[in-house]
Design a protein. Structure first.
Length: 50
């Protein structure tokens, strides 16, 4: 789980997607994009552990 934290905190594509959704579609779309991105990163980190 801790392995995904740097991915969430570093600038790049992860924060860009929710910001884009917030400016284009509003807070509800940005929230769902943020949650989906976070869940995807944590699932990826869990399956990447040996």
């Amino acid at each position: 789980m801790a392995a995904a934290l740097p991915l969430v905190d570093t600038p790049g594509a992860v924060p860009t997607l929710p910001v884009q959704h917030a400016t284009d579609n509003g807070r509800r779309q940005a929230t769902s994009a943020s949650l989906g991105t976070g869940v995807g990163l944590y699932i990826h980190a869990i399956f990447g552990m040996p």
